[in-house]
Design a binder for this molecule. Structure first.
Ligand SMILES: [Zn+2]
Length: 403
């Protein structure tokens, strides 16, 4: 949030227990050696078990839970998972000496070779490249999660989203993802506002040195790209690391005749335990939750803020769309908070502030620094744009105005 001051996050960093055993006594050394040998044995035997991978549908309902295994930080599923997830009638053959796996499902034959990062689909003659090859763990062929991510959309008309931190894989119909490319739809011009910027206004900072202004700008640029793919009109209030006043940001929104304003921020708290995404709706009559020091400024602008109330319903509609899409990426349901957002009081359009997480929380900081997670966030926000635009188009009366 722009009104919040940067807090010193380094104070919250808990030191990991020292791993060094050099100064230990001999029994400690032997104990540590034994332990590391045990760990090595467990890892090399492939016994290290990951939690189950949960396959869910578009509404979050569990379709299947599959026991996974980790090897070198990668997630693998047993071949039987194909039956659980893709096709109960699927069959497979594994040639041990040649380390070749053949799967048969839905008139297709899929051929894989262990340790080779491609697979073939017949009779199409299609070759698909995997980020991780299939491997053998405990003498059994194991399929990387990427195999399922790639194969599912080929066999069915679905999109797959994998959340590695939650071990969740969502399978959703493709048609729900592209609702806006129909004739007669109203285009909505969206303004994305990466908070802060420039050398003075850095926003919050994580203990690793990562800055809010950089995280939100990188995400805004990703949004610019993903929106373009889906023909969504999107403008950024800043495209570089430059300082912009609230007034200048609103001017950009007005000049581009924006119809939806999304401001991106990261949170910070004195408590290292505060974490998670928050969605703030610009509600002039919402419960005041700003620190007391900002109250006088609010009082002075009361009349201006009230004009924003006209857009409350649309702001909430977009907030719900964001909540629906982003909930998939989080452990706990995301809250929507009504708030008079002073910096947006002059933006006469639906406005929402998205706080992506707490840079003062170790887990959030890790997520916000992970490019895969941020790409998922960008995809989720883009889908929220689509959801919002299609809801506007559904609500808009298609009848010709009577003279
Ligand atoms: Zn901020």
């Amino acid at each position: 949030m722009t009104t919040r001051t940067t807090t010193n996050n380094t104070a919250y960093t808990e030191k990991a227990p020292e791993k060094c055993v050099n100064r230990g006594t001999l029994p400690v050394k032997i104990g540590a050696l034994f332990l590391s040998l045990l760990v090595l044995a467990v890892v090399s035997l492939g016994i290290a078990q990951a939690p189950t991978v949960r396959f869910i549908d578009a509404n979050g309902k569990t379709l299947a839970e599959v026991q996974a295994q980790y090897q070198n930080g990668k997630v693998y599923l047993p071949v039987d998972a194909v039956k659980q997830v893709i096709d109960p009638a699927a069959t497979h053959q594994y040639n041990h000496p040649r380390q070749r796996l053949t799967l048969k499902t839905k008139d297709k034959q899929i051929r894989l070779q262990m340790r080779r990062p491609t697979f073939n689909i017949d009779p199409d003659g299609q070759t698909v490249t995997l980020s991780t090859p299939p491997i053998i763990i405990a003498q059994q062929p194991m399929l990387p999660i990427d195999f399922f991510i790639q194969l599912l959309p080929i066999l069915n008309d679905v999109e797959v989203i994998y959340n590695s931190s939650l071990n969740r894989l969502q399978i959703r119909p493709k048609e729900t993802l592209t609702p806006i490319e129909t004739s007669g739809t109203q285009d909505i011009r969206i303004i994305v506002d990466p908070g802060h910027g420039g050398p003075e206004d850095r926003g919050s900072a994580g203990s690793t040195g990562v800055l809010e202004k950089d995280i939100v700008l990188a995400l805004a640029k990703q949004l610019q790209w993903t929106s373009k793919q889906h023909s969504i009109q999107l403008h950024l209030t800043r495209e570089t690391d430059t300082e912009k006043t609230h007034f200048e940001r609103i001017q950009v929104a007005k000049q581009n005749r924006g119809q939806l304003f999304l401001s991106l921020h990261c949170n910070a708290s004195f408590s290292p335990y505060q974490k998670g995404i928050r969605i703030y709706v610009n509600n002039p009559k919402g419960q005041l939750r700003f620190p007391s020091t900002t109250k006088p400024a609010l009082m002075g602008q009361r009349l201006k803020i009230l004009a924003q109330a006209d857009y409350l319903k649309q702001s909430k509609d977009f907030a719900y769309a964001l909540q629906t899409e982003l909930n998939f990426l989080t452990e706990t349901p995301i809250q929507i908070i009504d708030l008079p957002l002073i910096p947006l009081s002059d933006a006469y359009m639906p406005a929402v502030v998205l706080e992506l997480g707490y840079l003062s929380n170790v887990e959030d900081l890790e997520r916000l620094s992970n490019s895969e997670y941020m790409a998922n966030i960008a995809q989720a926000i883009t889908r929220a744009f689509q959801r919002y635009i299609s809801s506007i188009n559904q609500n808009a009366s298609p009848t010709v105005s009577e003279q």
